[in-house]
Design a binder for this molecule. Structure first.
Ligand code: 5RP
Length: 222
């Protein structure tokens, strides 16, 4: 099976976690795109979704699925999203699609985080995938130096030769060379750095369930 077929498989499997009559939290990325396409088939069973990016909002809207503002709804039963890496405790690196801030906001509003990912995303220790960090532009170079002091090489993410601008009007640093053995402590520490909007370690908002797409089918990790 191709990586995309594995993503499609877990996207469909995530429908089992959508509760009838409940608004569902929706993440961002190519795996979530498969989930959104599958969700369209049962859209009459839910009032709609809360979305974590302009891209997912547009895709949901194209399928005729209502999109609610976070502030207009209460706690969500479930948030479904992909990951760039996930460890054995359900801690993740996210933000490869630059949507990490809104993803963390919607995840924090949900009782349960269901991570959908192909098997290549499962790692023993987070950090091989460059860690995305959304930053206020005027703080970027100081934050680059703070990561260098930890042994990380941070670079500004570019798009078409210019700094990528997130849905929130901020920039993204991608940090290589880290081995994040203590995701909770690392996330808490980097959160304190002035100018950091969101660090792409999801340990406080870790996955409660991971649906991992493998050649043998969907493996459920809890
Ligand atoms: C976007 C994300 C995505 O969930 C992550 O990058 C995985 O993406 P994909 O499903 O395309 O592999 O965090 O900000």
């Amino acid at each position: 099976m191709t990586q995309d077929e594995l993503k499609a498989m877990v996207g469909r499997a995530a429908l089992d976690y959508v509760e009838a009559g409940q608004i569902v939290g929706v993440g961002t990325g190519s795996t979530v795109n498969h989930f959104i396409d599958a969700l369209a088939g049962i859209k009459d069973r839910i009032p709609g979704a809360v979305s974590s990016s302009e891209a997912s909002t547009a895709r949901l809207a194209r399928h005729g699925i209502a999109v609610f503002d976070c502030n207009a709804v209460g706690e969500l039963a479930v948030y479904i999203d992909g990951a760039d890496e996930i460890d054995g405790a359900g801690c993740m690196i996210k933000g490869g699609g630059a949507a990490l801030t809104r993803e963390k906001i919607v995840a924090a509003q949900a009782r349960r985080f269901v991570c959908i990912a192909d098997a290549s995303k499962r790692v023993p220790v987070l950090g091989h995938f460059p860690l995305p960090v959304e930053v206020i532009p005027m703080a970027a170079q100081r934050i680059v130096r703070q990561f260098a002091a930890l042994g990380g090489q941070a670079t500004l993410r570019l798009q078409d030769g210019a700094p990528l601008v997130t849905d929130n009007g901020q920039h993204i640093l991608d940090v290589r060379g880290l081995a994040i053995a203590d995701p909770l402590g690392f996330e808490s520490a980097v959160n304190q750095w002035p100018g950091v909007v969101t660090v792409g370690v999801f340990a406080h908002q870790r996955a409660s369930v991971c649906l991992l797409g493998t050649a043998d089918g969907v493996q459920t990790l809890r």
